[in-house]
Design a protein around this ligand. Structure first.
Ligand code: HEM
Length: 524
């Protein structure tokens, strides 16, 4: 066995002592140099701030992704800021985002904890806000089980049925298309999460969830509550009456949102009348949960609505805006539908693989105006070193997805709405934007497949029956705008407090014109 003999031979030889010494000294030296460099490693560059206050007054109050992208041009793709000692890192390139949030996700998956919305209002237990750890993993396991693609196919029937209702509402009152789109998303999500059927209008559950979302946004507004800016300014300091009042009111909404729908499903199970749903399955498979387990189930169920409704509705709003601005794209999408589906029936999920232009159109909606342009903030749990820079533990990390999606070297002519870019064979250009718009690493969106299903069915249904036209072309504005929120309580920037998480069209006034009598007859 010559092979064995030759492989045995070297292992029996002792390495010479000087060689061991050189290797040992080399290892110690390189370790010391490494430690020395780490100690001396600077923070990434960024705009100079004021001592103690840092860059607080430079933090943009509207469309921060645009300012961050312009800072990146000046300082590079990793920008460092501070606000009262809090380190903030802005990532503006694909390599930086993926290197840190994905490849080092073990230490970049925490969330910053906000005093107002987290501790006082109670959102700190929710899926998007919870600290990274066992409870988060448990949430993700439950959501993945419920939203895995195989299960979603079972949900297509529900989605097709709700899309049909959506079209019927549009035929009765097409001017409220935005409200109907919101209802469509809520109807699908609440059916899936709690087996709940949304009323045609003024639905109390939808109203509760929307109020919770609104109050969540208000309570997370950067700079709205001093307790989130000044570490020494606490709720207990007794100086913040309006903060206390707001916190009490917002907390009541959150508690109701978490408990009421869950308790209702429990009661329906007891009566033998529960519809199949995510919550019903959780309750039935563990009839005697511990209080901890029950809390986990409640938050997991709430997450589907809270995180899924506004985001998907915003993407649909961008669809309506894009169609009114780009009639040629709309006509191309409609012709594809007519060719594949024909005029005698409505599109279904089974048609999807035969509709490449529609798939490209949906990708372009995500890319053109991502609905969460900066993803959600991640928090670094231990000191890290990257490209010679020191990123301190506790830093808040914002990934500028908008910047990645508008990089002209990757997406040529990035401000043009062009689904065709995704039909080209050039693999180096125009990567799939869904890689970025659904976030990163262990915090990436668990609802991606559901969101894409909802977008698909809403878009193909609308396009088959209606032509979307601008109500007043002069009012159309492609510029995205974040939701402007008013906040009456203790505010650091009283005049310009707004929320900077989601992007919605600023103006959205369209006319939906039925394409033909034949198209309308599909809704009989
Ligand atoms: C077009 C629609 C949607 C978009 C663009 C979107 C995008 C995102 C983004 C960017 C994040 C943050 C990821 C990160 O921090 O890196 C996120 C988180 C999340 N999304 Fe979505 N989302 C959408 C729809 C949905 C839907 C339908 C659900 C329903 C299950 C959902 C549930 C969640 C949850 C629970 C989180 C928090 C995840 C965590 O912190 O672990 N999203 N989403």
């Amino acid at each position: 066995m010559p092979l064995l003999a030759s492989s045995e031979h070297p292992s029996t030889m002792d390495p010479p002592f000087p060689l061991l010494l050189i290797v040992g000294v080399g290892i110690v030296l390189s370790f010391l140099i490494h430690m020395f460099q780490r100690r001396r490693a600077p923070f990434p560059p960024g705009p100079p701030g004021i001592p103690f206050i840092g860059n607080l007054f430079q933090l943009p109050q509207e469309q921060p992704w645009l300012t961050y992208a312009s800072w990146a041009k000046h300082y590079g793709d990793i920008v460092h800021l501070t606000a009262f000692g809090q380190h903030i890192i802005l990532l503006n390139s694909e390599s930086a985002v993926l290197d840190l949030l994905e490849r080092r996700s073990a230490i970049y998956s925490d969330r910053p904890q906000l005093c107002m919305s987290g501790e006082l209002v109670g959102w700190s237990g929710s899926v998007p806000m919870i600290t990274y750890g066992d409870r988060h993993r448990e949430y993700r396991k439950l959501l993945n089980e419920a939203l895995a693609s195989r299960k979603l196919e079972e949900l297509h029937a529900i989605e097709e049925e709700k899309a049909f209702e959506f079209l019927q509402l549009l035929t009765r009152d097409s001017t409220s298309f935005s409200a109907h789109a919101r209802r469509l998303v809520a109807a699908i999500i609440l059916d899936i999460s709690h087996g709940y059927t949304v009323a045609e209008r003024d639905d109390p559950r939808m109203e509760l969830a929307e109020r919770a979302n609104r109050e969540f946004a208000l309570s997370t507004v950067s700079g709205a509550y001093l307790c989130d800016i000044l570490p020494f300014y606490t709720f207990r300091s007794g100086q913040a009456c309006s903060l206390k009042k707001d916190a009490k009111q917002f907390k009541k909404t959150v508690d109701t949102l978490r408990n009421e729908p869950y308790d209702e499903v429990k009661a329906e199970i007891a009566n033998g009348r529960a519809k199949p749903s995510f919550t019903q399955r959780l309750i039935e498979r563990n009839l005697h949960p511990t209080p901890e387990e029950e809390l986990t189930y409640k938050w997991a169920a709430v997450a589907i609505y809270v995180a899924g409704a506004d985001t998907t509705t915003s993407a649909l709003e961008w669809f309506f805006l894009a169609m009114s601005l780009y009639p040629k794209v709309q006509e191309k999408a409609h012709s594809e539908l007519m060719k594949v589906v024909g005029p005698t029936r409505l599109p279904r999920f089974s048609d999807r693989t035969h509709l490449p232009y529609i798939s490209a159109l949906i990708k372009e909606i995500h890319r053109w105006n991502p609905v969460i342009p900066l993803a959600l903030p991640h928090r670094l749990t231990q000191d890290d070193y990257y490209r010679g820079y020191h990123i301190p533990a506790g830093s808040i990390i914002w990934a500028n997805s908008w910047s990645l999606l508008h990089d002209p070297a990757v997406y040529p002519a990035p401000f043009e709405f062009s689904p065709e870019r995704f039909l080209s064979d050039n693999e180096k250009l125009n990567p799939d934007p869904r890689r970025y718009v659904f976030g990163y690493g262990r915090r990436s969106c668990p609802g991606q497949v559901l969101a894409e299903d909802m977008l698909y069915i809403a878009i193909v249904s609308t396009l088959s029956v209606f032509r979307i036209e601008p109500a007043d072309a002069s009012k159309l504005d492609v510029e995205s705008t974040s939701t402007i929120l008013r906040c009456d309580s203790v505010s650091f920037f009283p005049s310009q407090v707004d929320k900077v998480l989601y992007s919605h069209p600023k103006v959205l006034e369209c006319n939906l014109i039925p394409r033909s009598e034949e198209a309308l007859s599909l809704l009989q």
